[in-house]
Design a protein around this ligand. Structure first.
Ligand code: S3P
Length: 164
């Protein structure tokens, strides 16, 4: 069975929606950010304090490991599309869903303290969206806009992935 892999900006709803998908479809869930923290026994801000490259190398190793699994719901970090190796690994057994949420909505509830890239303020989120939107579109199998109820978004994803 293929994995369902959620990609998209930080704060776009990947964590919440992956938990709902996991519950509804009774499938195990892996959050790659949590997998990284568990594996390397360091927080994400600690890794970024060494350097972003340090974090990205470890993120790629985790994508390769997690990409070998089957039948999982997988939530990714927002920067996963920065390296084609990550996308190839996750595509191996997975359907990639781009969860696209308006930046204004993200800004209304994103937790900044755990996201090192946002330490310079909200403007950074607009910049990242501009840089990354095309990459998410290129990487994904399905583009899903997250501006409705969570229930609608979850049902839409289930419909797309089970109709394959
Ligand atoms: C990042 C997003 C974060 C985390 C890291 C880098 C990014 O994950 O992987 O801080 O580059 O957008 P979330 O999308 O879960 O916040």
């Amino acid at each position: 069975m293929k994995n369902i892999v959620l990609i998209g900006m930080m704060g776009c709803g990947k964590t919440t929606i992956s938990q709902l998908l996991s519950k509804q479809l009774k499938r195990p869930l892996i959050d790659i950010d949590e997998y990284l923290v568990d594996k390397y026994k360091m927080t994400i801000p600690e890794m970024f304090n060494i350097s972003e490259a340090y974090f990205r190398e470890r993120e790629t190793i985790c994508c390769m490991e997690v990409g070998q699994k089957e039948g999982y719901i997988i939530s990714t970090g927002g920067g996963v599309i920065k390296n084609q190796k990550n996308i190839d690994a996750l595509h191996h057994h997975g359907t990639l869903i781009y969860l696209d949420r308006p930046v204004e909505n993200i800004l209304s509830d994103v937790e900044i303290s755990t996201r090192p890239l946002l330490k310079d303020g909200p403007q950074k989120l607009y910049e990242l969206y501009q840089q990354r939107h095309e990459l998410y579109l290129q990487a994904c199998d399905y583009h899903v806009i997250n501006d409705k109820s969570l229930e609608d978004v979850v049902n839409n994803i289930i419909h797309l992935c089970t109709a394959e």
